[in-house]
Design a protein around this ligand. Structure first.
Ligand SMILES: [Zn+2]
Length: 311
């Protein structure tokens, strides 16, 4: 081996090592399980749910509520706020150097009002992270971007589909979109957003991980969007033009099981209220998270056995 190729091999090993070091903190060390709970990378994840916030997800949909029923915007933890509706989630992070939104719901007017009610302004949104292109997650992008010129981050496979999510012709001039691949860390003010590619629900589904300092120390938030649920519907799969969803999903659920978090930030409130913590507490325990993922996997499994073409 000549000296040059030896050096490049070593550089590749060092790069791989740095990459693993970088992503290591979001993956859960299952071997550290104790009877009291889990400890992963110095962060204790209790097996029983302990709430460090007065924020709770709501279930207003069983009454007269609709997905767009307005819910008071609220602080969740540290500088993280809930600005979504009763059915569609959106989260605001005050980075100290501009505002960041995780998903924009399909209801930009409500979203902007919620941002104002908290004492902020939509024009100060600098970053939008879309978990995927579906309208109920990315539909508010247009309104926010026209007010703020925010930069949009979405998985690269979602870019050509954004028009489907936003509506035809709803891509304004100066619309700046950054395509994600997964595995990257993006610095936004004092926060670092780690991107995890989790296809299955849609071809561009991503989860985002971010550490949030607050009153009870730093907590790790996992923004999961709809990554946990494949669309078990033939018509949908056809419309999406994504028939490998089942195959991708079978890899994504085991990957999601390795993700570390304290706070589980849902794509829709019912993912917490109906499927994990009935009291709506976003500090979801590991056991409840596994049960949630296992139940969703079973549903998909049933669908795929009926429709092997989507396997
Ligand atoms: Zn979706």
């Amino acid at each position: 081996m000549n000296k040059k190729s030896c050096i490049s091999q070593w550089m590749a090993i060092v790069c791989a090592w740095l990459f693993l070091l970088n992503i290591g903190s979001v993956f859960h060390a299952q071997s550290n399980k104790t009877t009291e709970g889990f400890t992963a990378n110095g962060i204790s994840v209790p097996s029983k749910s302990i709430s460090y916030t007065s924020f709770h997800y709501w279930d207003k949909l069983d009454g007269q509520g609709t997905a767009i029923t307005v819910i008071e915007p609220q602080k969740i933890y540290g500088e993280l706020y809930y600005v979504g509706t009763a059915g569609f989630c959106s989260y605001l992070l005050n980075t100290g150097d501009g505002l960041l939104l995780f998903d924009t719901t399909g209801e930009e007017e409500i979203l902007s009002k919620h941002i104002e009610k908290l004492g902020f302004a939509a024009k100060d949104v600098k970053w939008i992270f879309d978990t995927h292109y579906h309208n109920d997650h990315a539909g508010g992008n247009y309104g926010i971007v026209t007010k703020s010129k925010a930069k949009i981050y979405i998985h690269e496979r979602g870019i050509e589909r954004l028009e489907l999510g936003l509506g035809k012709g709803k891509i304004p001039d100066g619309f700046e979109v950054v395509g994600l691949k997964g595995g990257e860390t993006i610095t936004c003010g004092k926060y670092k957003i780690f991107v995890i590619y989790t296809p299955g629900h849609s071809q561009d589904s991503c989860c985002f991980s971010v550490d949030i300092p607050g009153e009870h120390g730093t907590k790790k938030a996992l923004v999961m969007g709809d990554a946990s649920g494949v669309l078990c519907d033939v018509a949908w799969q056809k419309k999406e033009g994504y028939e490998g969803g089942g195959r991708d999903y079978r890899k994504t659920i085991p990957l999601m099981k390795t993700l570390e978090f304290d706070l589980l930030l849902a794509g829709h409130p019912w993912q917490i209220v109906k499927e994990t913590n009935t009291d709506g507490n976003p500090f979801v325990s590991r056991e409840d998270y596994y049960r949630f993922l296992d139940n969703r996997y079973k549903l998909t499994d049933k669908f795929l056995k009926l429709h092997p073409k989507y396997e």
